[in-house]
Design a protein around this ligand. Structure first.
Ligand SMILES: Cc1ncc(C[n+]2csc(CCOP(=O)(O)OP(=O)(O)O)c2C)c(N)n1
Length: 316
């Protein structure tokens, strides 16, 4: 694998500057790192969300690759159609190149509204990499909670106040849901660990069949931390065990990085004003509860990664 920073810096950018995403946006960093995972021509599709609306303001586009605007719910289905057309044209000899297909969706467009389309794409076995740039809420429409929003977060539809202390449901474990489709490659990554992310993108692009990467992409507006701390937030997510860096290759679960000592979850929550209320004395028990959730999920992953003989899932 080539992933070395000198080589990466020489790869031409396929998402240019001049788009309208916020300075300090985690999504753009994620997209650029993902695109470093292949030198082949790529066709990109994106579900409606910050990434889509801010990079393709008519009549401009910040994409230097063919780009398809998808509805909120159907990035995976649209790209399935494109990939199928490509296969047909290749069979007829009309296309000679080896083209890669990449679908993006925010967490709203992936965990919730586009889940059915994603599941179909995975089940039909298209040769597509689907990337969820996960900022943990519907950011484009002013921070409504999504299925990826963590327990306790203050959002516009799970407001922290007298009645509730933020979201009272845990987030969906989408990576496990995708892995349960028995696809050849699924992973979780984030932007601070760039080498890990680019390596995962390379693996996903070079794997035949449907692949998936869930990239934690901090959003300073929605999470409410200072804009320049995006990479730091991402790092804290990894070091506290909040966002484990894992991959599932042909059914085998693996940590790709493990902090030697996991930092307390409060280190990740404290700098974000969406969790401000959790630091009031009356909510101390919620902080303990969140730490327990992180520990339990970590233990679950430890169990999964210890079963090294899983291999290919048996046919059913
Ligand atoms: C079917 C449908 N419902 C609602 C909308 C309005 N809408 C556009 S973007 C968006 C939120 C997207 O959230 P997410 O997918 O998490 O991406 P983010 O904006 O956070 O990048 C919503 C609700 C829409 N375009 N289509």
């Amino acid at each position: 694998m080539m992933v070395n920073i000198k080589e990466l810096s020489q790869i031409p950018e396929r998402l240019t500057g001049g788009h309208r995403l916020c300075g300090g946006c985690g999504a753009t960093i994620a997209v650029r790192q993902i695109l470093m995972g292949t030198k082949n021509p790529v066709v990109v599709g994106s579900a409606t969300g910050c990434l889509e609306v801010s990079t393709t303001i008519y009549p401009y586009s910040a994409w230097k690759v063919p780009f398809i605007h998808n509805a909120f719910e159907n990035s995976a289905s649209n790209m399935s159609g494109v990939e199928t057309a490509y296969k047909a044209m290749k069979k007829k000899g009309k296309i000679k190149e080896d083209i890669k297909f990449l679908a993006f969706g925010g967490d709203g467009g992936t965990y919730d509204i586009g889940l059915q389309a994603l599941s179909g794409m995975l089940e039909r076995g298209h040769n597509i990499l689907y990337v969820c740039y996960n900022n943990e809420a519907y950011m484009n429409t002013s921070v409504q909670r999504s299925g990826a929003t963590p327990y306790g977060a203050d959002t516009t539809t799970s407001p922290a106040g007298k009645i509730k202390a933020g979201k009272d449901r845990i987030r969906k474990d989408l990576t496990s849901i995708v892995a349960a489709h028995h696809v050849p490659y699924a992973a979780q990554a984030t932007i601070s660990n760039w080498k890990d992310l680019v390596t995962k993108a390379e693996k996903a692009f070079s794997t035949e069949g449907p692949t998936f990467i869930n990239v934690l992409a901090p959003c300073f507006r929605g999470w409410r931390y200072p804009a320049e701390k995006t990479v730091e937030m991402s790092k804290l997510a990894v070091e506290t065990g909040y966002w484990p860096l894992i991959e599932v290759e042909n059914g085998v679960w693996k940590f790709t990085y493990k902090p030697s000592v996991r930092k307390p979850i409060a280190d990740f929550l404290k700098p974000q004003r969406r969790f401000e209320h959790l630091f009031q004395d009356k909510n101390k028990h919620l902080l303990d509860k969140i730490q327990e959730q992180v520990d339990e999920h970590w233990a679950y992953l430890e169990r999964l990664t210890s079963v090294s003989c899983l291999g290919e899932a048996p046919a059913v």
